[in-house]
Design a protein around this ligand. Structure first.
Ligand code: UDP
Length: 358
């Protein structure tokens, strides 16, 4: 099979790596990078570290409104698909790159496989929900992380050709956790090396709701600053200025701001942390896999499977709420493992190989 994999954002590189590892040597995989994330520490590092085949095409589309970004990607991807004539288009998750890839493919009658299908927040006000709903509707194969997402698809009459394969991020998590980290290089914004404290909390925070004005980010940082151990916070490039300014204005000395890290480093930081505070969909699942208590600063439940026995709790961007949730006792059965067996990529590939294109 000739498979065109469309990626553009950090979590997609991480998911695509797991599939590329199993497809390598068996099928021809061609990576199309839309350019949504382009900084070297948000993109190149993942291709290098996770040994993802270099993108054959980099479309250089980033920034702008959702419509403009999606439209530009759609035009560019269509040109590539017409030229390359793949047997499959493979898309991941719910970004503008996902929906643009799927829409370009469906209009050319190229079958689409959607990984991480069926996730629903229940509101089209969430821009990614639009991407999820549209992509699922036009895909030939839908791969869900658990039964819950399969039920969502059933409610939309999309049960046919939808399969539970486990969470592909779990494949990646196990891969990274089982590799020896060669070097942990943490850098501050001036490129100076930063030493990792013995005990620390791991924070990531990049959602628009939490970082596009001072108030929520101030509350989150303020909560972390009051903890008994320091917090390590790799800052998404678009939040760098605001985070640095708030740290200075409020003299937060118990938080270490660093540049984004590679995936191996992120998993190392997670596995050695005390607890996690995040607004990332991916990191809250990884915290779950790692057995780390997590507080998710968001108002909607993305991964209900993780919200068990205080392993993962939602908090408002308010310091009292974050601190209260962080101190809640964890009461989870360690045998509870809803995200599959870490072999999602193999299952996805098998379903694609067996699918009879009509
Ligand atoms: N991550 C990383 N480097 C960092 C911060 C996070 O590799 O500096 C990883 C993290 O472990 C998780 C993924 O990036 O696997 C989450 O991506 P992101 O937060 O950008 O997206 P979301 O999960 O919100 O879709």
């Amino acid at each position: 099979m000739k498979i065109a994999t469309i990626v553009g954002a950090r979590p997609q590189f991480i998911k695509a790596a797991a599939f590329s590892r199993v497809a390598q040597g068996k099928h021809e995989e061609m990576i199309i990078h839309t350019g949504q994330h382009f900084d070297s520490n948000m993109s190149d590092v993942f291709f290098e570290e996770l040994k993802i085949p270099a993108p054959k095409y980099n479309l250089g589309v980033s920034g702008g409104t959702h419509g403009k970004m999606t439209g530009s990607m759609l035009m560019e991807i269509e040109d590539v698909l017409i030229k390359e004539q793949p047997d499959w288009v493979l898309v991941y998750g719910d970004t503008n790159s996902t929906v643009a890839g799927a829409m370009a493919a469906v209009k050319l009658s190229i079958p689409i496989a959607h990984v991480e299908a069926g996730c629903r927040l229940g509101t089209l006000k969430n821009p990614e929900e639009v991407n999820r709903v549209v992509t699922d509707r036009i895909s030939q194969l839908r791969f869900t992380p658990t039964e819950i997402e399969l039920e969502h698809l059933a409610k939309e009459n999309l049960s046919e050709h939808s399969y539970v394969v486990g969470n592909i991020m779990y494949d990646s998590y196990l891969y990274a956790s089982n590799q020896k980290l060669i070097e942990l290089k943490l850098l501050d914004f001036d490129n100076h090396a930063v030493e990792l404290p013995q005990e620390y909390y791991y924070l990531t925070c990049h959602r628009q709701e939490n970082t596009f004005s001072d108030e929520p980010l101030y509350e989150i940082l303020s909560a972390m600053n009051q903890l008994e151990s320091p917090t390590v916070y790799p800052v998404h490039p678009r939040n760098r200025e605001r985070a640095a300014r708030l740290m200075q204005q409020h003299q937060f000395h118990n938080i270490i701001l660093i540049q984004p890290v590679g995936y191996m480093e992120s998993i190392y930081l997670l596995n050695h942390s005390k607890k996690v505070v995040t607004d990332s969909g991916g990191l809250q699942c990884e915290a779950f896999y790692a057995g780390k208590q997590c507080v998710t600063v968001f108002d909607l439940i993305i991964w209900p499977q993780t919200m068990v026995g205080n392993r993962n709790q939602l908090a408002k961007p308010k310091q009292e709420d974050i601190l209260a949730k962080l101190s809640a006792k964890q009461t989870i059965e360690e045998s509870y493992r809803p995200f599959g067996d870490g072999h999602s990529a193999e299952k996805i590939l098998r379903y694609m190989e067996q699918y009879e294109v009509k």
